[in-house]
Design a protein around this ligand. Structure first.
Ligand SMILES: *Cc1c(COP(=O)(O)O)cnc(C)c1O
Length: 495
């Protein structure tokens, strides 16, 4: 009898190892054009080894690979701060309409009026959602939005002849991209501590504000999943020192229809369409990180933005790409990730204002449901209601020899993606959980039961956690090396 493991091994073989000389996967039609001469012999590669396989083998190989993927379409994915919410399929259907998917960025504007109108309206929706004057859709990731925003702040101060503003204040709970973006613009980063309740230490902020302050970068709710109750005071302190406030709005899942950052005192911010607005996010992108700015900074937005012109006859509107007056320039070869704009637009139109507000209500309720169910099992460093995500610490488990990493790896055995770990940095053994609004109570209850079981296992059978995951093709990987020195080349086995 063939053992099951042998079958598994067979299914996992690489495409090259399935190759049989002379086997083909396609039958090409007869040539119906004049044959063309091949390039010169020295330009042809004869050492190129390609797999010779049937179509069936190719399909099995790639389908097998796809089944090794973990995705939000297959399982619960509570990856804090990343907002791995369900991506409605209608977004993709709309993005595939030929008027959106078959156009080229170099086409004359009069032939892509519908696409430009969509971008124009999306700029308006996003500006309204965050309470800002204008939006540029050109930036293609949250981090790129941050960079653009910091360049705008820099350009703003320089345009006022103010060359002394060299420092940017960043709380110690910030996402790592914040200090990195500020530093890439040449600013010096000054870290502001958090207080015992998880808010920014306002006294420390006041002391740090001076005539060299270019601005503050702030995430609200912060990366502890907490709403900073001193936000008005914080924005005022920075403004009084002549600085500007940048909002890291990567994650707006707790804010939609509830509060507008622009009304709280933020001057410029980015939004991640691939988080809050349900555009796909796995595998590293493609992302979209639009930047929204108030009237002070709108003239500095990245180019292009879409503008509407109403003609003298009153009823014909046209749309065109334009450059804001003091634009920091282009951040993308063309206009940004247009396919993502279509998906986010579809999402917003599908939900409407009321639906958007409900997203936030449900995201916050779901996170607090998990918070209250698990706080007797995992240490809760800031014991107060959370917003869209909750940060626990596995420090109790750690004392018994089980780390946050072990807990996270064990979740994989139960079909749950690990939460974000070891971030924010100010929480030891952090487990940052964001359920999102798209999960059912049944899924949350299953997750809670699994987390309780794992807490018990940590006491009774720690080794099972340390060896986890047990039923994946590979168990514990050297993740840093896998990302930095990937070995993706097939090599012929030694004869
Ligand atoms: C995800 C995230 C970012 C970075 O966004 P990318 O699109 O990954 O570059 C920045 N800040 C916060 C708070 C985030 O959660």
């Amino acid at each position: 009898m063939i053992e099951e493991t042998k079958t598994l091994e067979r299914n996992r073989r690489l495409l090259m190892d399935r190759s049989v000389p002379g086997r083909v996967g396609v039958a090409l039609p007869a040539l119906d054009v004049p044959p063309q001469p091949l390039p010169a012999q020295e330009q042809l590669r004869d050492e190129l080894v390609l797999p010779e396989v049937s179509e069936g083998e190719v399909v099995r190989y790639f389908t097998g690979l796809s089944q090794m993927n973990f995705s939000v379409d297959t399982n619960f994915y509570p990856l804090g701060s990343c907002t791995m919410k369900y991506n409605p399929k209608i977004n993709d259907e709309v993005a595939q309409l030929p008027g959106f998917s078959q156009i080229h960025p170099l086409q004359p504007e009069e032939t892509v009026q519908g696409a430009l109108k969509l971008a124009f309206q999306l700029q308006g929706f996003l500006s309204e959602i965050v309470g800002m004057e204008a939006t540029s859709l050109a930036t293609m990731a949250g981090a790129q939005g941050e960079l653009a925003g910091m360049l705008m702040i820099r350009a703003y101060h320089l345009s006022h002849g103010d060359k002394s503003r060299r420092t940017v204040l960043v709380p110690d709970s910030a996402h790592g991209t914040n200090p990195a973006s500020a530093a890439m613009c040449g600013f010096q980063v000054v870290s502001i501590p958090s207080d015992a309740r998880g808010n920014m230490d306002v006294d420390a902020l006041r002391q740090a504000c001076n005539s060299e302050t270019a601005g503050l970068m702030l995430t609200l709710p912060n990366t502890l999943g907490l709403f900073d109750i001193n936000i008005l005071e914080i924005c005022r302190a920075v403004h009084e020192a002549g600085g500007l406030v940048y909002g890291d709005g990567a994650n707006m899942n707790a804010m939609l229809g509830q509060t507008k950052l622009g009304e709280l005192g933020f001057d410029v911010l980015h939004i991640n369409l691939h988080k809050t607005f349900s555009t796909p996010h796995g595998g590293g992108g493609p992302g979209a990180g639009p930047v929204c700015a108030n009237s002070l900074l709108a003239p500095f937005l990245a180019s292009p933005v879409v503008e509407r012109a109403t003609h003298s006859d009153g009823n014909k509107e046209t749309y065109r790409l334009t450059e804001p007056e003091h634009s920091i320039g282009k951040t993308a070869a063309f206009h940004g990730n247009f396919g993502m704009m279509v998906r986010a637009y579809t999402y917003i139109r599908g939900l409407g204002a009321e639906g958007l507000r409900e997203i936030s209500e449900n995201a916050v309720i779901n996170a607090n449901y998990i918070l209250s169910a698990l706080k007797d099992y995992y240490h809760l460093p800031y014991d107060r209601s959370c917003m869209h995500e909750v940060v626990f610490s596995a420090k109790t488990q750690k004392a018994g020899g089980v780390s946050a990493l072990d807990v996270a790896k064990r979740l994989i055995d139960y079909g749950i993606h690990p939460p974000t770990m070891y971030f924010p940095l100010i929480v030891e053994e952090a487990l940052m959980i964001e359920p999102t609004e798209t999960e059912s109570k049944e899924t949350l209850d299953y997750f809670i039961r699994v987390m309780k079981d794992i807490a018990l296992e940590a006491i009774e059978d720690a080794q099972v956690l340390k060896d986890a995951p047990h039923n994946t093709p590979n168990s514990r990987l050297d993740e840093a090396r896998a990302a930095r020195r990937p070995d993706l080349r097939w090599k012929q086995a030694e004869a």
